[in-house]
Design a protein. Structure first.
Lengths: 321, 298, 525
């Protein structure tokens, strides 16, 4: 297992290298000129050209790409922002907590509301509870997050005055953004849980368990749920990945200084170091989460664990042979 | 040459017949599912509306009436008018074209590319698999929304640029999905059988592997279209995506957000339209999943 | 079951909020967001508060709270701030005397060498094109500085140079770990207490402002508030929510459509006031005058389009009538604007006339591309123009760009036929004209003016307006008339700046860019 983890961690290096190349290339071909953005609208062409040279933007593609890769991967330096006299790393570290808090809270909501909803729906298939859950779930996937966010603000902040309408601070500031952001996640979680539970419930061993006279509760939580977990974990992992970059709209509605806004603003300003640093960072976090999901798989399902180990053994054998 | 064609026609016809059999079975199962059928009907109606929009629109979609801005829904304007006095109902009808096209084209594009890559990778395995999957890893590790924002910032706004921006992020998922199911069926006996009778590789993929791993793809496509439409709405919230005056539901919705407090009809109807599409596609998708999966048969 | 109930309740609540009616606001005369501070809602994060980083929407909102400049400008008039007085030695040399008792918010004394340091560092960043005429800055003694320029300065240029470079002490700048990006120290009465990037900046009054002679403290240096909190609110409708929930006291970001709610009889009128002024910049149309466009040799087409657009209608449609249709390539607020132009005919809306001009033009029915930098106002103006031109049978395709692409594409002669953009100056109308029509600034890129006009007479007239010797009503009138006659471009409309604030702010102070000066506002009690 450890060998597998280390191998996966090593694999992250080429992946991150690839991410850098992809995003660098996209930004390189992006029309728009950071030098022009710094100088503002009234700047003369001569002034812009001078600034471009100073910023090294006049260098050819390969030179710039290699010097960036060299800086990031050999000197572990994400560089400095064009606009903020600040290293990109400190900017990211500063903003990371907000994004992570939102993502984590949303995940919790998704798991602790979505899963029970799905189980309820599955156990009462075609009953009222099922229908109600699925209506909520369908509503969840059909409503744009920013629309829901604004409705929540209008009601809970403006009308009732219970919660702050925007900004960051105590936990109360995160309630509305998280609800708005998690709604879609809750919905897909509920649906995924429902369908994998249904699949398991109909399987032979559950029928056997039932025939043995086990209580419905035991069947559900000791036999059915563990077997339904794999697809559920997949949805959680994917959701977490989506959440990391996907909070940008919610961050914008609620003026939360997270990484999404940080990177999006930088895209608009053509602040390349931030864009590349932000995406690289999110990519690294995403890869780690995916690794975590795979490890959890192995713990949840011994078959998968056996597969990893089996594969390794087989490979070793074939190498020797 | 001609001989080959005739020889090839034999199994082809048979395969088609077999597929038809499968198809009718699935359709039969699907038609029993009332929710899914309702979804299908709604989608078809929406398509019809989009197609006939120029004929059935009560007003031109860019026809302004500055004296009649923000009019509430009435018999004259079924969904009211917007900030420039344009008839929202007409704009929704016409906007169905852009929105549906956007959703369908972007999803189909990403699925097609994803399927191509996925089937190659899934079939060959080995070094091809490792290499391509690392590339897919790279693409997948870049957050989809940010990727879309970056791409549409680079390409500029516009219909096809938006489609491209929205579709690229979806490719990795299809690749994984298809690769997974192909890996699953690869070891099956019928493939070995096919190989022993000297079936060519592309043929093998097209005729044998794809049909057997297609069902999760169909489901993900139906659901993906809805997601794409929602993502387009998010993009236009940030100021990217399809630009005025072409009506597009997402743009209409996000453009109306500053008026939502006073003129809720301006966000209500585009919101409902989006919800309706996503909802019916999901209803259909759920039904298809059940119908395509023999295990779920009751 | 419970969770379902909650979800159903939430859904019900949502519906309620859509259908709901008015809300009662607390009956108090006014409510403060924070009893100790004035809370200002701003649209964007300054991102870098250092003295010499580039300009941005977020930066200009906090600039005058953070820094002082050599001079300031009120109603077009320049006043000394750090500079006690200044004299023109010759056209290329200025002597400036400083007050001899200046110190910054950290207590460091400020002398002539700090001025030299500030200017030299600012110039070295290459962030400020306006500073390019500066040849050298030398300290004559502790409180006298001499500026030498590499050319003869034109109208308002010296003042603009003095207003371009924020002044800090070298000691404070070198003491800062991040070149003052997050911990700026200027010579104002305020210093940054805390900064949460992307969210909030808190300034406190040091209580130790250097200028003790109150008669010499001008608007930008006033310090009536003890504590100022700038809250960054990126979504426009959240500004409405912020004011209506008394989370902020004053904001200039409330969308035009929500303004009436804070006015007499509106939903949130109680305890709130709207102070509206017209904004400096105007929305202008510039024709692409290069050989790549139909406009180059077609005055009739230019006139046809100018007459086909109802500027008053745009004002009504986009700004609820709170802006103003302008009568020049610039607005009427400038001191050198000729009030008589108000009564002149300026491409007045006349569809028949437009059609006549169109008939005389060489227009062949091809689609014209209208390029602009997208935002909600621009989108609406562009769509209205498209509709107006449709009325006379000219088809228009909209070509919207984001800020970055737009800045670049405006010099691409193959990219557009008509350019819709905003220009504005903080001092004289001639300096707004300069932003499009001074070919000396654009020749490298366009071969002519910003919109590719090659016209020696225009250049001459423009330069006559900018030269301090020839500047005056005559040269201004001549340029105005000639530009109108040639119709290379013209002003459309100017928008409003709507400041919504709590009634406890009795008088709102704005700087020359119409940004809120929290220190300059007057507060009740």
């Amino acid at each position: 297992m450890w060998k597998y983890v280390v191998k996966r961690l090593l694999w992250m290096i080429p992946v991150l290298l690839g991410i850098s190349v992809v995003i660098f290339t996209i930004m390189y071909f992006c029309p728009g000129d950071p030098a022009m953005a710094i100088l503002g609208n009234g700047a003369t062409p001569a002034a812009i050209e001078a600034k471009r040279i100073e910023m090294g933007l006049d260098q050819p593609y390969l030179v710039r790409l290699l010097s960036y890769l060299n800086q990031v991967f050999l000197h572990f330096d994400l560089g400095d922002s064009y606009f903020q006299n600040q290293s990109v790393l400190s900017g990211i570290l500063y903003r990371m907590p907000y994004t992570l808090i939102i993502a984590a809270l949303c995940m919790l909501l998704q798991i602790f509301i979505g899963t029970p909803l799905g189980i309820t729906a599955a156990t009462h298939q075609n009953g009222f509870a099922d229908r109600a859950c699925m209506i909520i779930a369908l509503a969840g996937v059909s409503i744009p997050g920013f629309w829901l966010a604004m409705m929540l603000v209008l009601f809970f902040s403006v009308k009732l005055g219970w919660l702050p309408p925007y900004g960051v601070g105590g936990i109360q500031y995160f309630i509305l953004p998280c609800i708005a952001n998690a709604f879609a996640g809750i919905a897909s979680q509920a649906r995924q849980t429902r369908s994998s539970m249904l699949e398991v419930i109909r399987s032979d061993y559950i029928v056997t368990a039932r025939a043995k006279g086990l209580s419905e509760r035991d069947i559900l939580y000791k036999h059915a749920l563990p077997n339904a977990l794999i697809p559920i974990i997949t949805v959680v992992g994917n959701g977490m990945g989506m959440m990391l970059g996907g909070t940008v709209v919610i961050e914008s509605v609620f003026s939360i200084p997270g990484i999404g806004m940080y990177t999006t603003n930088a895209i608009n300003n053509r602040d390349y170091p931030i864009v590349m640093g932000g995406v690289l960072f999110l990519g690294a976090v995403f890869s780690l989460i995916m690794l975590l999901v795979d490890i959890i798989y192995a713990y949840v399902d011994p078959r998968i664990k056996a597969q990893y180990e089996g594969q390794q053994k087989r490979k070793r054998r074939s190498k020797n042979g | 040459m001609a001989d080959k064609a005739i020889a090839a026609a034999g199994p082809d016809v048979r395969a088609r017949r077999k597929k038809e059999g499968q198809f009718t079975l699935v359709m039969k199962r699907l038609s029993k599912n009332k929710v899914a059928m309702a979804g299908l009907v709604i989608i078809l109606l929406l398509f019809l509306a989009a197609l006939l929009a120029p004929v059935i629109m009560p007003y031109g979609y860019e026809e302004m009436d500055m004296l009649n801005r923000f009019a509430p829904p009435s018999l004259k304007h079924l969904c009211g008018t917007d900030e420039m006095g344009r008839d929202i109902f007409s704009r929704l009808l016409y906007g169905a074209r852009a929105s549906l096209e956007l959703g369908f084209l972007a999803t189909i594009f990403s699925t097609a590319v994803g399927m191509l890559i996925g089937s190659i990778v899934g079939y060959f395995g080995g070094i091809v698999d490792t290499t391509v999957m690392r590339l897919v890893d790279i693409l997948q590790a870049i957050p989809g929304v940010l990727l879309a924002i970056a791409i549409s910032a680079c390409l500029g706004s516009g219909f096809f640029n938006t489609i491209l921006a929205l579709s690229i992020g979806g490719i990795p998922m299809t690749v994984r999905l298809l690769r997974g199911s192909i890996m699953g069926v690869r070891k099956m006996e019928y493939l070995e059988a096919a190989q022993t009778i000297n079936c060519s590789v592309p043929r093998l993929i097209m005729k044998h592997i794809l049909p057997n791993s297609i069902s999760p793809i169909i489901v993900s496509v139906t659901m993906g279209i809805g997601n794409t439409i929602l993502m387009a709405a998010s993009l236009s919230y940030i100021g990217l995506g399809v630009q005025p005056p072409t009506p597009e539901w997402g743009a209409m919705l996000s453009g109306a957000r500053t008026y939502m407090r006073d003129y809720p009809h301006m966000v209500l109807f585009p919101g409902l339209a989006i919800a309706l599409v996503v909802l019916s596609l999901n209803m259909l998708g759920d039904g298809l999943r059940d119908a395509l999966d023999p295990k779920l048969k009751q | 079951m419970k969770k379902k109930l909650v979800a159903l309740l939430t859904a019900g609540c949502l519906l309620g909020s859509i259908l709901g009616t008015s809300v009662s606001v607390s009956a108090a005369e006014y409510t403060r967001a924070n009893p100790e501070a004035v809370v200002v809602g701003v649209m964007a994060d300054p991102e870098n508060m250092g003295p010499w980083s580039g300009m941005s929407l977020g930066r200009i909102a906090v600039l005058f709270t953070t820094y002082e400049y050599m001079i300031t400008r009120e109603d077009g008039q320049a006043y000394g701030v750090l500079a006690k007085n200044w004299t023109e030695v010759d056209k290329q040399t200025y002597d400036v005397e400083l007050y001899d008792y200046i110190h910054d918010a950290a207590g460091n004394p400020l002398t002539a060498s700090d001025i030299v340091f500030s200017f030299e560092t600012a110039i070295a960043t290459k962030n400020y094109g306006k500073l390019s005429p500066v040849e050298s800055v030398t300290a004559v003694d502790d409180y006298n500085v001499q500026f030498k320029f590499n050319k003869e300065l034109e109208m308002g240029e010296f003042e603009n140079i003095m207003l371009e470079c924020a002044i800090v002490t070298q000691a404070a700048y070198e003491a800062s770990a991040d070149q003052m990006a997050t911990t700026p120290v200027g010579t104002t009465a305020y210093k940054v207490d805390s900064y949460v990037p992307g969210s909030e900046i808190v300034f406190t009054n040091t209580g130790d402002y250097w200028q003790t002679d109150e008669s010499l403290v001008h608007g930008t240096s006033l310090h009536n508030a003890d504590k100022i909190i700038f809250q960054i609110i990126t979504d426009p409708s959240q500004h409405t929510n912020a004011i209506s929930t008394h989370t902020v006291d004053i904001s200039n970001g409330v969308p035009a459509t929500d303004i009436d709610k804070f006015r007499e009889g509106g939903e949130f009128a109680e305890g709130n006031i709207v102070s509206a002024v017209l904004d400096n910049p105007t929305y202008d149309l510039e024709y692409n005058m290069s050989d790549a466009s139909v406009f180059q040799d077609d005055l009739n087409l230019r006139l046809a389009i100018a007459h086909a657009i109802d500027r008053e209608g745009i004002n009504l449609g986009v700004f609820n009538g709170e802006g103003m249709a302008v009568k020049d390539f610039g607005n009427s607020k400038y001191p050198d604007y000729n009030p008589e132009w108000d009564n002149e005919e300026y491409f007045d809306y006349d569809v028949d006339k437009a059609k006549e001009y169109l008939a005389q033009s060489n227009y062949d029915g091809s689609t014209l591309r209208l390029e602009y930098i997208t935002d909600s106002n621009m989108d609406m103006i562009a769509q209205l123009i498209q509709a107006y031109l449709g009325q006379i049978g000219v088809t228009v395709e909209l070509v919207p760009y984001d800020q970055m692409m737009g800045q670049q594409e405006q010099y691409n002669k193959d990219g557009f036929d008509i350019l819709l953009k905003t220009t504005g100056s903080t001092d004289f109308i001639v300096n707004q004209w300069k932003l499009c029509w001074d070919a000396r600034d654009y020749r490298d890129m366009t071969g002519g003016t910003a919109n590719f006009v090659v016209d020696e007479k225009l250049d001459e007239l423009m330069q006559a307006c900018l030269n301090t010797e020839t500047y005056g009503p005559e040269s201004i009138e001549a340029f105005h008339d000639y530009l109108m006659e040639q119709c290379y471009g013209y002003g459309v409309v100017q928008g409003p700046v709507n400041i919504v604030h709590s009634a406890y702010i009795t008088d709102v102070a704005l700087d020359m860019r119409n940004q809120i000066l929290p220190g300059g506002c007057t507060y009740a009690e």
